[in-house]
Design a binder for this molecule. Sequence first.
Ligand code: FE
Length: 224
Amino acid sequence: MSEHHEHDHAGAHAHGHGAPRNPYLDKRRNGEETAVLEARVKAIEAMLVDKGLVSTAALDRMVEIYEHDLGPMNGARVVAKAWTDPAYKARLLEDATAAIRELGFGGLQGEHLVVVENTPTVHNVVVCTLCSCYPWPVLGLPPSWYKEAPYRSRVVIDPRGVLAEFGTTLGDEVEVRVWDSSAEMRYLVLPERPAGSEGLAEDALAALVTRDAMIGVTRLPAVA
Ligand code: FE
């Protein structure tokens, strides 16, 4: 596993200019680009089916899995259980792959999962600097900004600056740790349990957990 410790860029980003614009969220494909991609995917699919290399039923099942069975709701259940069950949390931090499998999540792109815990003095954020490695069983497919060069390169060089663009400003007392995913190791952030959530049951807690908080680009807000 590799971990980049942040450099000190505390002075590099001036704050107080209103809501930070998030360049990553602006980097979406336009309609024309999407149409070109869709046409290409359809052509490849038709050719594979035509040659007997895949069946349409298998492809439909894959799409179904990604639409319904995988996604941040799985990671949210893991996080909520860790918040409410200290023994589970200990197992999760010790061997995330096994602990996540206890809840029925695992398999493709989740063979070696590592959970890193946010605390009042440590904030973790996940990237794949090489490509787009991501813990599919617990987060589903990565958002487009996660796969694109600006996030992948800048979060390592200037994690505090990138986090600020996501609306996450951290005090100097908080150490930022950047985790570089790879084909071998996929990271999930265990966010801090929100203030005000003390009375909530596991299901209600899971509903508070967001994808971005489990990537580590945001923190979960206090419960009103
Ligand atoms: Fe990757």
